[in-house]
Design a protein around this ligand. Structure first.
Ligand SMILES: [Zn+2]
Ligand SMILES: [Zn+2]
Length: 454
């Protein structure tokens, strides 16, 4: 009772778009349908206890129930199938330890199946019994034990499908709604992907390094550095690995916005287009968050209704439904993962971050970059140092490449790129390299003068 109300309230209060709310899991409708399922089973004499004992793999009774969810090849529809294995002798169930409830169930079932059989034999008298509308008999774990009994006392084994109308209806509703939500999320994801591409171009333009016109490169760099630190949707550190819940993501996003605000990063943009792009960036993030919230809420509704189903029928559908359906559906949470990866890999990288261009030995910008034959990059000063020490192996991958490095290994194109995007850091690096070289030549008392042009 409580969840139904919470679910309705949350859907109404979270400011989800109307067309989303219309697609939400119809929890109330499913609950009503579940009542009919329960009645249907009850009418067959299958109350939860009887179902539990007859579907138990340890069950040694001559009657065994088998319940499963069959999916179509594409996983877009589910059909629940309840079959009963009975051991018949002269048309009567061989009774070893039948409880009165299972006897009652079988008597009712016999009437239904008998009617069905008569219909079929009227249609086609030559057809074999196994061609009847129920599924062909399936070997279950229970069969072997029951089979032994059958051989001892004579008679034969039969698998009969129990007709379930409302159970089918329940899964029709549930599955078609899950499919709708998946379709909705797929279209949301496409929209966000397009938005990311557009935004990438916009931000690329306003953060172009330029000496002669206005640029917001430095601000965007700080903003994205903060954004990466915030790890809004995904944790990258060890203890906290993986996708975040929407609640955590919300807090992280708020932290990010607060930091940008405190440092006045967005307010002091030089270009108007930067302001607009930042607003779009924030909007994109909150849109992704909304998607996550909606997804979580619906997942919870599915989980709750299946649990309720199990409580009332003992048919174990929670597990079966997950196994049968989940591999096909987006509701497993991939929307966050995909879009986040695009946000942090495609969008944020449009503004290069210094951390990606540091020399792994001196931790300054790797200017002038030397690309060793193993493709690892270090600043020229550090390569000179390790060569002087006659260390042959790359400090990162231990390949025997250091002594072969020469002027040919200088990556001039990368050097120009660093100069363009990290002008300040490159200048600092050049200065400290000059001082170091001076000290090497003239001793520790070397006094570096900025104005000297070499
Ligand atoms: Zn270095
Ligand atoms: Zn290497």
């Amino acid at each position: 009772m409580k969840f139904a109300r919470d679910f309705r309230d949350t859907l109404a209060n979270q400011h989800f778009p109307v067309h989303w709310v219309e697609q939400a899991i119809p929890y109330g409708q499913l609950k009503k349908c579940l009542k009919k399922v329960q009645r249907e089973l009850h009418d067959l004499g299958l109350d939860p206890e009887t179902l539990k004992s007859l579907t138990d793999p340890e069950n040694t009774s001559p009657v065994a129930l088998n319940y499963r969810l069959n999916t179509t090849g594409d996983g877009h529809s589910v059909r629940p199938i309840l079959t009963v294995d009975v051991h018949l002798k002269d048309g009567v169930v061989v009774d070893a330890s039948l409880t009165s409830t299972s006897r009652k169930f079988l008597e009712k079932l016999a009437v239904e199946v008998d009617a069905a059989r008569r219909r079929v034999s009227n249609d086609d008298r030559d057809k074999d019994v196994s061609d009847e509308p129920h599924l062909p008999s399936q070997v279950t774990e229970n069969n072997s034990a029951a089979e032994e009994v059958a051989q001892e006392v004579g008679g034969h084994h039969e698998t009969i499908e129990v007709p379930l109308i409302f159970d089918n209806e329940f899964f029709d509703i549930l599955q078609s709604d899950v499919n709708n939500i998946d379709a909705l999320q797929a279209s949301e994801r496409r929209n966000m992907t397009n938005e990311i591409q557009e935004l990438r171009q916009e931000i690329g333009q306003v953060s172009q390094p330029s000496r002669f016109s206005k640029t917001d490169l430095a601000r965007w760099r700080q903003i994205f550095e903060l954004y990466l630190d915030a790890e809004v949707f995904f944790a990258t550190n060890e203890q906290d690995h993986g996708a975040r819940s929407s609640q955590v993501a919300l807090k992280k996003l708020q932290w990010f916005q607060q930091e940008v605000e405190t440092r006045q990063l967005a307010r002091l943009f030089k270009l108007r287009a930067s302001q607009q792009a930042f607003a779009r960036f924030v909007q994109l993030n909150s849109n992704l968050l909304k998607n996550l919230q909606f997804q979580e809420l619906n997942q919870l509704a599915v989980l709750k209704i299946l649990k309720k189903f199990d409580k009332r029928t003992s048919l174990g559908v929670s597990k079966r439904f997950r196994l049968a359906v989940q591999p096909h559906m987006l509701m497993t949470g991939s929307i966050g993962k995909d879009v986040c990866a695009q946000l942090s890999q495609d969008l944020v990288t449009v503004v290069p971050q210094l951390t990606d261009y540091l020399c792994p030995i001196c931790f300054a910008v790797a200017y002038r970059p030397v690309r060793l034959d193993c493709q690892h990059i270090f600043c020229i000063r550090c390569v000179v140092h390790i060569q002087r020490r006659r260390e042959r192996y790359c400090p990162l991958c231990r390949a025997d490449v250091v002594m072969q490095a020469s002027g040919c290994n200088l990556d001039n194109e990368l050097g120009r790129y660093m100069r363009k995007y990290f002008a300040k850091e490159v200048k600092e690096k050049e200065r400290s390299d000059d001082i170091e070289r001076g000290m090497e030549e003239y001793g520790p008392t070397y006094n570096h003068k900025e104005c000297i042009v070499m």
